[in-house]
Write a protein of this length. Structure first.
Ligand SMILES: [Zn+2]
Length: 168
């Protein structure tokens, strides 16, 4: 989940203002899966409209999510960590379990909010459609690029070209 810094409140004269402000605050990404949303986004009520009708227009409750994440997050995830209040990536560890083709989320923090966020992320990333694979591939690529433990041929070649690696 991305860290969202809410800047200013957009007012509801028209939905375009709201969408644009949320897009700016979230760097154009879905708050859950971190994919760039382009035009595939929906306004996401962190606490669901069904259980919390009083928060439908509450700015702090509004985020943007891609249609996949929005449709998979049901009304039963009303107590997750708000991406504007917590740096989720510092609290929840994410690892790629390549053997079982899964993304594993874990935390030492036993708080109910943390547990529920882990449950939601596991559902989103290990669901039956293609998101899990896409995200797992992104993890692999950034892991390799950053740690250079398993450099791809392309990385090795570009390091060699820049003179940072000899004997290749
Ligand atoms: Zn998403």
């Amino acid at each position: 989940m991305i860290r969202v810094r809410k800047t200013k409140q957009a007012f509801a004269e028209n939905n375009e203002n709201i969408n644009q402000q949320l897009l700016d605050d979230q760097y154009g990404k879905c708050c859950y899966c971190e994919r760039l949303v382009d035009t595939d986004f929906q306004i996401e009520h962190l606490q669901s409209q069904h259980n919390h009708p009083e928060l439908i227009n509450d700015w702090d409750n509004l985020y943007l999510a891609c249609s996949y994440c929005n449709s998979h997050k049901s009304d039963s995830f009303d107590n997750i960590m708000a991406p504007s209040k917590y740096n989720v990536e510092e609290i929840i560890k994410q690892e790629d379990d390549s053997k079982n083709s899964k993304v594993i989320f874990s935390s030492n923090n036993e708080d109910e909010k943390v547990k529920q966020t882990i449950k939601l992320l596991s559902l989103l990333f290990n669901g039956k459609d293609g998101l899990r694979k896409t995200k797992a591939n992104i993890f692999y690529k950034s892991y390799r690029d950053e740690n250079e433990l398993l450099p791809t041929p392309y990385c090795r070649l570009s390091l060699w070209r820049r003179g940072e690696r000899s004997g290749y």
